[in-house]
Design a protein around this ligand. Sequence first.
Ligand SMILES: [Zn+2]
Ligand SMILES: [Zn+2]
Length: 241
Amino acid sequence: MTDTNPLCIGPRCGRGDPRQAANGSLICATCATRLRRDLEIAPQLMRWLEQHKTPGQGGGDRVSGSQEASTPTRLDVLSMLHEGATPIHGDDDDQIGPPSIPSTLKNWAWLIAEHRGLVYPQRADVGELSAWLLRHLDWATGQPWIDDMIGEVGALRRWALGLAPWAVHVQELVGPCRSCGKRALVRAAGERYIECDAREEVGGCGSLWTEEEYEEHVAELVGRRRQSRKVSAKTKRGVAE
Ligand SMILES: [Zn+2]
Ligand SMILES: [Zn+2]
């Protein structure tokens, strides 16, 4: 029992009942995967928001004869696409408005470069920053500010999908979660991970699974069910004989 790790410091980990941190890390594997997912998706968020800079854009239901020339630009979307406001640690999401994607990633790259004595990737775009940060992810999970990083990078995805929802593309999966067993798994279009929906009304555990892990689990369950059917058939026969 000496190998008990401290509890994960990830924000809202386990919905208030935090999991154990992974070895050599201050956060659990699920929170690390979440941060990886949120970093990986940043370039995609940029492309997505780029397509939603004007109201009604990308919706597909354009009204013919509408006055396109006077279409205003969405400032909330622009402020995420361009450098600018980033949250100050501890700020509430709603207090400052949408955070800038490039500036948020730059701040974290700068901090990590400082700490590790690396050259800060000054001219990197969001795609390059995302790749750069992912390379330093393992190291970052052992730093005391990792909870702030998870919060701020996660807020980018939350904000972007709030401003231009792709919830219409969310697919609900039939198989249960590997971790909590609930049928609460959802996948947002274009995302690599399947997520156990941890919203209050759904009650999932927030775990993240790759497609392969999900398929593996479903195959396992199906196999186990077949096995137990065979066993019970045999037992019945045994009783009859
Ligand atoms: Zn955690
Ligand atoms: Zn779950």
